[in-house]
Write a protein that binds this ligand. Structure first.
Ligand code: GLN
Ligand code: ZN
Length: 761
């Protein structure tokens, strides 16, 4: 009975690759040092899978930065600005594309489907000359073979590669990326030929775009590409992997009709309807790679349930044609539970990270072939049962409070224009009011004192004093700059989600549960394991202190329920929406306490609202509905005079504009400095909005300091599209990662620009 792993995390159990990369980039170690660390990680991963008994072990899922960038290198599709002149692509060119260099910026990066992983977007046009310029896939296959491990080399499939690309600058609008398919296939053929020569018997093409809403023309590209590859692939077993969602019916038909393909991989964790498709018809003689072990979460598999799914599938596809697999690459989960020494024992027994998931896949495959490891299964069954019945998971009061939420709308009683009038009477702000998004620069000393406090190396008293002083400093600076609505600067927070998660019940934290976000950057999401509640106020203390330092309005600063949900590992034993409603109730109590403490402006950040958006259009409305509803729950009960702000962190909001409006906030600040101002007209046209809107007036990611004229010009352009009485003036995001030497002059120019324009209104 066969087992298979779609892909594996690269960073290493203790982020070894991250540290090796950083040291190489800082010129503290050599290319050989970096290669040695990488080879060591690959070897241990292969050995781990081989020892566990996995039959189809992937190679080429390692990457120094990103697998899509690796494919760009393989195809020699280096944008001309990186000065590559042919030959095998080395670290120099590769990392320049990934990170930029002294003279050229990096290539664009974007989210990999609905994960928190980011890939480097290929830039293609009719002029690109493709050539076989990185032999990485073949080298890794050989490397594993030399270690005695027969692997399945993994390539990003040719059609998904093109569908995930963007047209290079200056390329005509009419240009179709898919028209390049016949230009890239010759390179794929060369790679395949070399892999065959090196002894490969299987090859995996990842074509995850098959789960998206593709049109007939796009689907046709798959048929075309794999027909064209058919003769080259002869003699190899080809598996096409799909993941992250249900595969649409049309795509399923296309996929299962492809020529020269031996098997298909499906995500059966997210793809619940895919099961029905398979049951409705599966081509005879083909392999089914059944992704039953969740690659996107940290929960131990319910082995008994998976086994029964697998048995049902076996009945359809045949005993020798079913392969037990992961739902997607394990890249999107944490690496190894073994290193979690601080986790509660009971909670730990409910979890499985990548290393444990490999063992689960193998155990399922063995059980399916009649060699069930009874001990392993019964331990798993016991853990499942303990999770279901544990009093740390269930909080009846929370469930009771959350249950009726669904049936009400939770809207503020007064409409937004009337609310803004009431608020203005109280706040008395000038037109074009100025504010910031929340955080101020986190200096080294600040990080140090927070760190030392956590490690119990400084006393609570000393810590409080340091934070108080920092808040005071930030308040004084804002007064000096003459900003209208102040913030406390968030010096007590390390991360906008973790800070709240740590104070809520129902969350657990790991020490090494890192997941790659982009390049060497990893995130360590909290784990929501139980019903969420708020034992006590979380921000009232610091917000009140901050307000006491000034007569100007001080914004209370909260993270919204959707963002907390989307940046955590979530429960899989209840719908996401229910967990979100529970978090919303906790934040609602915090809003109420802030209001009672005299805070009149409260910002509830939903930076990650978009991150949870389902891939398929047909699923999006449902998500947006409960997500936005959760946000409204947090603040529908406040007085008209309490001004609710929210902040979202991206400039592509056009398609979700109705949902943003439906949040019914009084003021919304958005990232906008790098996008087209015309986009803002959606806030005016078509929809009657009327709330305050603060599109970022300058790019906080750039170290360049914008002049007063430049900012004034930007605001003027906004005024051409938006009414002056709703426009706010603010940077586009928090200032946490900026330097004071940039923040001071930039904010000073921002205020000057607002003042200048006020005289012209
Ligand atoms: N209030 C947060 C900050 O200013 C918002 C961060 C974000 O938008 N990602 O840091
Ligand atoms: Zn932001």
């Amino acid at each position: 009975m066969a087992s298979h792993i779609v892909g594996y995390p690269r960073m290493g159990p203790k982020r070894e690759l991250k540290f090796a990369l950083e040291s190489f980039w800082h010129k503290e170690s050599s290319a050989e040092d970096l290669e040695k660390v990488a080879a060591g990680l690959r070897a241990s991963i292969w050995k781990q899978m081989a020892d566990a008994g996995i039959k189809h072990i992937p190679s080429n899922t390692f990457s120094y930065y990103d697998q899509v960038l690796d494919t760009t290198a393989m195809l020699g599709a280096v944008p001309p600005r990186y000065g590559w002149s042919g030959g095998e692509i080395g670290f120099d060119v590769y990392f320049s594309m990934a990170r930029g260099n002294a003279s050229v910026p990096a290539m664009e990066m974007t989210k990999w489907f609905d994960t928190n992983y980011h890939y480097i977007v290929p830039e293609l046009g009719p002029e690109v000359k493709f050539s076989y310029a990185s032999h990485k896939a073949v080298e890794e296959f050989k490397e594993a073979k030399a270690l005695g491990v027969d692997t399945v080399p993994v390539l990003v499939g040719p059609v998904s590669y093109l569908l995930l690309s963007k047209p290079a600058k200056g390329v005509k609008k009419s240009f179709s990326l898919l028209s390049l398919i016949d230009k890239i296939l010759p390179v794929y053929k060369e790679v395949v030929a070399e892999l065959k020569a090196a002894g490969a018997t299987w090859i995996q093409f990842d074509e995850p775009t098959l789960v998206l809403d593709l049109d007939a023309h796009q689907l046709e590209a798959f048929t075309h590409a794999y027909s064209a590859l058919e003769s080259s692939l002869a003699g190899l077993h080809v598996v096409i992997e799909t993941y992250f969602a249900d595969i649409p019916v049309a795509a399923y038909k296309t996929l299962t009709s492809l020529k020269g393909v031996a098997g298909y991989g499906f995500d059966l964790v997210r793809g619940t309807q895919t099961l029905d498709l398979i049951k409705g018809g599966f081509p005879s003689g083909k392999y089914l790679f059944a992704g039953v072990v969740d690659g996107r979460n940290i929960w131990a598999n319910d082995l008994a349930a998976s086994l029964s799914t697998l048995k049902a599938l076996e009945g359809i596809v045949g005993k020798d044609k079913i392969v037990v697999s992961t739902s997607c690459s394990l890249l999107h989960t944490a690496v190894d539970l073994v290193n979690e020494t601080k986790l509660d024992k009971e909670i730990k027994s409910w979890l499985a990270f990548a290393a444990q998931k490999i063992v689960e896949v193998n155990a399922l495959a063995k059980a399916l072939s009649g060699h069930k490891d009874e001990e392993f299964f019964s331990a798993n069954g016991a853990a499942q049962a303990s999770r279901k019945s544990s009093p740390t998971v269930t909080n009846e009061a929370v469930q009771k409070a959350a249950a009726p939420l669904k049936i009400s709308e939770h809207r503020r009683a007064t409409n937004v224009s009337a609310r803004l009038d009431a608020q203005q009477k109280k706040l008395n702000l000038p037109s074009l009011p100025t504010t910031t998004i929340g955080s101020f620069p986190q200096t080294l000393e600040l990080r140090r004192v927070r760190h030392a406090y956590r490690a119990k190396k400084v006393s609570e008293e000393e810590y409080m004093k340091a934070i108080k002083e920092e808040i005071n400093k930030v308040v004084k600076l804002q007064e000096e700059l003459d900003i209208d609505v102040l913030v406390h600067g968030e010096p007590e927070r390390n991360d906008m989600v973790e800070y709240f998660a740590e104070q809520l019940s129902g969350f657990a934290f790991t020490v090494n549960g890192w997941v790659q976000s982009y390049g060497c950057h990893c995130v360590k999401p909290p784990i929501i394991y139980g019903d969420v509640s708020r034992p006590k106020p979380m921000t009232v203390f610091w917000s009140s202190i901050a307000q006491s330092f000034t007569k100007r309005p001080m914004k209370g600063m909260l993270t919204g329920p959707v963002t907390i949900l989307n940046r955590s590992f979530v429960r899989n034993d209840q719908p996401r929406s229910e967990t979100c409603y529970q978090i919303a109730l906790a934040i609602k109590d915090e809003v109420k306490d802030l209001e009672e403490a005299g805070i009149t402006v409260i910002q509830i950040d939903e930076a990650a609202l978009r991150e949870g958006l389902p891939l398929r259009k047909s699923d999006q409305a449902f998500y947006l509905n409960w997500a936005v509803h959760s946000f409204r729950i947090t603040n529908c009960g406040v007085h008209d005079t309490t001004q609710i702000h929210t902040h979202i962190c991206y400039s592509h909001f056009k398609d979700i504009i109705h949902s943003i409006i439906d949040m019914d906030a009084d003021v919304i600040t958005i990232e906008n400095s790098r996008s087209d101002i015309k986009l803002l007209s959606v806030f005016r046209d078509g929809v009657k909005y009327g709330a305050g809107i603060g599109p970022g007036v300058y790019d906080i990611h750039s170290p360049r300091i914008p002049s007063t004229e430049e900012i004034a010009d930007r605001i003027n352009k906004m005024l051409a599209v938006l009414e002056s009485n709703i426009l706010w003036v603010n940077p586009e995001c928090g200032l946490k990662r900026c330097k004071y030497s940039e923040v001071r002059p930039a904010l000073s120019n921002m205020v000057a620009a607002a003042k200048l324009l006020r005289t012209q209104l």
